[in-house]
Design a protein around this ligand. Structure first.
Ligand code: UDP
Ligand code: MG
Length: 365
């Protein structure tokens, strides 16, 4: 097993096949078409590209030839130096063989084959680890995104935004189990994370790579990259993009995705707001709980002493005790959280801030 030496240390947990390293880019010089194409391809292989197109792919054999054609057309028309990094997320069909053929013909293509199906987020992370471009553009392999929209995203990047999210304004998916849950989720995510986007789920997005470096991806958090990037200070915007119905193969997700997105939202919210101060979340609720419990207790004691009432069998007594116990536990949890967070930051010498720029920077003596 070999771990590709990633430029971004955070992605190192993903194991890729040792046969497909970036050297593929330079191994295929014998089979290139002649003329201008040749120059373009040589160019991309030699110098760092402006744009890295990262595509996670799982069992999409029928789409691959079309993907290659439309993407190459769109990117060549656009004219900026680009590379394509396809991450084969453990496909069990002929996808990898087809991709390998393409990479042998076109040195701008890198194929990363994961050892098994790690999921779309992991596939993105593996792709980001390989990307060399200043800007990383992500899209699906199933032809639902339109590569001709890349210039739209790039225009916003050139305006100065760090993240540009595609918005499938005219989305070609079923209403009840796709568009409706997604509409609700987008509202909720926008409100909770304070990054207002119409379409978190759209894969067609562009990121400045230096911002992406600070984003840690786990689970299925790829949908939340704009929110996560905004938490480290990235600026986010969106543009309307095309969307097509799936032509080949089937979707890899069902309705159960909705629940996972909601749980992920809690994680993102917590990490974004309180990651450096867990005692503030747990402590606030804990103190409120203890306070309420003590007040209830005082009330019951009052009844007992001054009115000689029997309080032993009252549900309120149970509630008072419960509130105090739970409250104390929550406060303790907050304190443990504080210790965990210190270990997290200090063990890796991580700062709790992100600097955009220092004017007149001077080395300290
Ligand atoms: N995908 C992947 N690994 C997975 C599931 C999906 O790499 O475990 C890829 C898939 O091949 C496609 C993209 O992620 O390129 C989006 O998946 P899909 O089209 O199934 O999602 P949908 O468009 O239905 O939301
Ligand atoms: Mg799709």
């Amino acid at each position: 097993m070999v771990q590709i030496s990633p430029k971004l240390d955070v992605f190192s947990q993903f194991v890729v096949d040792e046969k497909m390293t970036p050297t593929t880019l330079t191994q295929s010089s014998g089979t290139q078409p002649a003329g201008m194409m040749d120059d373009l391809i040589e160019d991309a292989a030699d110098r760092a590209p402006d744009i890295s197109v990262v595509i996670p792919l799982f069992n999409e054999e029928e789409s691959i030839p079309h993907l290659y054609r439309t993407l190459t057309d769109a990117m060549e028309t656009y004219g900026r130096v680009y590379e394509v990094i396809v991450v084969d997320d453990g496909s069990r069909d002929r996808s990898f063989a087809l991709l390998k053929e393409i990479a042998a013909e076109d040195a701008r293509w890198t194929v990363v084959q994961l050892r098994r199906n790690f999921g779309q987020t992991a596939a993105f992370a593996a792709g980001f680890a390989q990307a060399r471009g200043d800007v990383v553009v992500t899209m699906d392999a199933d032809l639902q995104n339109d590569p001709r929209d890349v210039p739209l995203l790039m225009a916003k990047i050139d305006e100065g935004y760090d993240i540009v999210s595609g918005w499938r304004k005219d989305r070609q998916d079923r209403f009840w189990d796709r568009r409706l849950p997604s509409m609700i989720a987008n509202r909720l995510i926008s409100n909770v994370t304070d990054v207002q986007l119409h379409d978190y789920g759209c894969s067609l997005k562009a990121y400045r790579r230096d911002v992406l470096q600070h984003v840690r991806l786990y689970g299925e958090l790829h949908r939340f990259i704009p929110a996560l990037a905004s938490q480290v200070g990235g600026t986010v915007t969106e543009v309307a993009v095309n969307h097509h119905a799936r032509q080949f193969g089937t979707s890899k997700y069902g309705i159960s995705r909705t629940i996972r997105v909601m749980l992920d939202l809690i994680t993102v919210w917590f990490l974004g707001t309180y990651a450096t101060r867990p005692i503030h979340v747990f402590g606030t609720i804990g103190l409120a709980s203890v306070g309420l419990g003590i007040l209830t207790g005082i009330y019951l004691t009052f009844l007992k002493i001054f009115f000689d009432q029997d309080i032993g069998g009252r549900p309120l007594l149970l509630l008072a005790v419960l509130l105090v116990v739970i409250g104390v536990q929550l406060i303790t949890m907050g304190l443990i959280g504080e210790m965990v967070i210190r270990t997290y930051y200090e063990s890796q010498a991580k700062p709790i801030y992100h600097v955009r720029e220092v004017v007149n920077h001077r080395e300290r003596g």
